[in-house]
Structure formats: structure tokens, C-alpha cells
Design a protein around this ligand. Sequence first.
Ligand code: BG6
Length: 507
Amino acid sequence: MPQENIALFTIFGGTGDLAKRKLYPSLFRLFRKGDLQEKFAVIGTARREWTNDYYRTIVKETLADLKPTEAELTSFTSHFYYQSHNVTDTEHYVTLEKLADSLDKKYHLQGNRLFYLAMAPNFFGTIIEHLKTENIVTENGFNRLIIEKPFGSDFQSASELNEQIRKVFAEEQIYRIDHYLGKEMVQNISAIRFGNTLFESMWNKDFIDNIQITFAEFLGVEERGGYYDKSGALKDMIQNHILQVVALLAMEPPTIFSETSIREEKVKALKAVRIYSEEEAEKNFTRGQYGPGVLEEQKFLPYRKEKNVAPHSQTETFVAGKFLIDNLRWNDVPFYVRTGKHLTEKGTRINIVFKSVATNIFRDPEEPLEQQKEIPANVLTIYIQPTEGFSLALNGKEIGQGFDLRPVKLDFRHSSETTGNSPEAYEKLILDCLNGDGTNFTHWDEVAQSWRIVDVIRAAWDKKEIDFPNYASGTMGPPSAFELLAQDGFEWVWQPDEWYREKGKLS
Ligand code: BG6
């Protein structure tokens, strides 16, 4: 029987997109599995004037895909309450406190409170301050704060925000969400590394040539132009999700798989990521912005024509770069990263490229050495989404006479969407928070270091205008993203655009 989790959830931004798309369905899945039983209640707050009934109807609508029964819907949504709220008005916190107390009594919640900030960050500080001054944080139960990204917009603003929060919540009460840490295959990185002698023994500069991390998105900015135009891909994806994955790949083995040990190792790994000078940042990072494009007869608008985007915007929708990790394990091994919107396919994956065997004994003894073909590298690929799994490219013998080598791929993959095997990231993270497990959330030290790494790149870029757009929608980014690897003698392992070009689906 799943454990009963007892808490009052207060969701700031209760009418918003995140609440509707992710939070309500995740809470419902937990309810259905019995992880949430009778002792829970949800207060949704936002500016709009909604009644409880209307709020419950909206919550029900967000669950349609999960095909709930009428009885499930009624029983689940009976725990939901709405409170119209102006975050700057102290009076409203008084009302909120009364409602919270009455629900606490009604559902026997033992003073356990979980505050979820799922809204624009400008008011985070104000809300948190009022939670304390109006006594909404309790003395008798647990109080935890879940906070969505962006956590600041650079090191300075993130530090200020952190200081504000720390006046009310201790570090261990703060759950900074990076939803990639809730993804099944991101969590699997540690299983693959530390659960297999094969990889554990080879996970270093002696055997690994380079690591490639791709977070490609097929969609453009869609409805989020207002936010995105101020952020860009560097802050939206590299500072958080990608650097978290770098940390998981690069960290030393924790002594035991616990929140504190993992965190310590991740922080050490991030501290070893080289902070570039601005000149180095220019050399090792490149940016792009999508122009118009056609893929499989689907036409895309350029970024600058998207809703709420400035007509001459200098915001990057694509980043590729190289991180170097200055420690004994990784000295000189490039960690290439790339992410962008309107690329050829949605695909999040990691390619671990091993070194080729030192000598090709299958070579033709007649041919000069320098013309001999190198044996293809072994590549371990971790597929994060939309398919989940991993593959290993090995070399085998071509069937028949002679001794030609042929790469073969051991492949284990399934689609998370079709098998429904993996819980949604938010579902896992909310449950972790209820259980007081902060392993898959980001500690302040990680956030701070990630900003330090990224701030220099931003500062270098802000000094120079780029002739955007520089890649067509539907392609895998600007030429500079390919040159970045070519100048080191490498190439991207995953090039989905080539397949589309060969089939005439992309020009
Ligand atoms: C978010 C970014 O953090 O992650 C979005 O703000 C991006 O711009 C999204 O689209 C990608 O997440 P996922 O889970 O769809 O890969």
C-alpha cells in the first residue's frame, strides 16, 4: 500500500498554464495510485475571481487525457478550493491563512504545508515574505517551498532572490524544480554509470573521446514569446537542464546514493567546469536564431515574426558549445552541448563517444598507414525523450569472406508515451517533495555555480550583434555549430537533418 502523504498544497498561479498542464494531472495520478489519499487539500490562488465550483470544473477539464471516471473526478476535485488573490495585498494573505487553517482542520493535515510558486518570478519575494508575516507557514507541521525556474536571470539576481527566500525557508525546505531531474532517463544516468562495471571502469579521459548532449526541440517558441525573448536558449536551457546533465555525467561516484552525497559530487563537478574568459566564451560557444523554413511541406515563421517577439530581436533560439572540466577524470575531454527551437526533430539524447582502438590490426598491410581507415568509435547513447532507453554501437565482422568490420547497434528503447511506463516528471518530483527527498531538486550551490558559468558567455555575447536569423527552421542549427566540433576533429553523432535531406523532405 502506498504511503499516505498528508499536506495542504497552496498553488500560486493556480489558473496558469503550468498548473493546468502539469500540476493537476500529476496530483491526480498520485491520487489514483493511492499516494494521495483523503488527507490532502489544494488551494489554487490567482488574481481571477473564480468560485470553487468553477475551479473544480477547470481542474476536471485538465484531466481529460487520463480518462477518469465520474466518481474519481468528484472525489478528487472535492479537495480543491479557490482563493482569488492579489499577491501584494496583505489582507488577502489573512483570508488565505483562514482558509488554510480551516482546511487543515477539515482534512487533518497536521500543519503540513507545501507552497508551490508556479507563476511569473517577479512576485516570488513578496509572496514568500507574506507567508511568514501572515503566519501561513505553520509551527507544528512541515513547510516546504517548491519554486519553478527561472531562478533569477543571472548570478546577482539569483543571489538576491535566494537571500529573500532564506529569510523564511531553510535550504532543506526549498525545492527548486528542474523538471529534467524528474525524467526517468536522466535519473538513469547514474544507474548506467554506477551499476555497470563496463562503463564505471571506463568513465574517464583515458577511454572517452568526447561527450555530446543534444536537447533538440521541434517546436518554436509558440505562445511564450514574451518570456523567451528576454531569456533566450542560454538561460532557458543551458544554465539549468543541460548543466544539471553535465554534472550527473561528470560527477565522481557518490559514496552512497543519498541526497547529500550526490549533491556534494554534483557541486564539485560544476565547480570544475571551466569558467571561460569572454574571449574563450566567444570561441567555445555559438548561438543561432531560427529563420523561416520548410520541413516535410510544413512552413515555419521566422522567430522575429512570432507573437511578442521584438522585430529585430537579438535573442538566441539555439546554442552550441563546448564545456571543459578541469579535473583529473576529465582533463581535455570536450563536453559538447547543443539545444535549440525549431530543429529537425524533438530529441533529447547523450552520446558518449569512446576512443577508437589504438591500432587497426585489420588494416590492409599494402596500403600506407596514413590512408588506413580508423575503426569506428564505440558510442553509448542515452535516449532521454521521446523514446527512452540506451544503445551501444560496437564493431562486428561483416558476414562472409574477408575481414571487414561493420558497426552493429545493441538497442534497448521504448516510447514513454506509448508504453506509459514512466511516471511524468512532475508526478515524481511532487511525490519526492511530499516525502522530503530533495535529491532531484537543485541546491543553491548548483544554481549559483551554473549562473557563474553562463554569465560570462552572456556578457561576451551582449557586446556583439549577430546577423540573425542564421539557421532555417527544420535544420540542426547554424553552420558554426558543426564547425565547433570539426575544428577539434569531431562531428555530431546525431544528425537527423541528413536523413530528411536524403529523402528530399528538407532542402
Ligand atoms: C523548459 C523551457 O524548461 O523546458 C522550455 O523553458 C522548453 O523552453 C522545455 O521547451 C522543454 O522541456 P521538455 O520536457 O518538453 O523537453
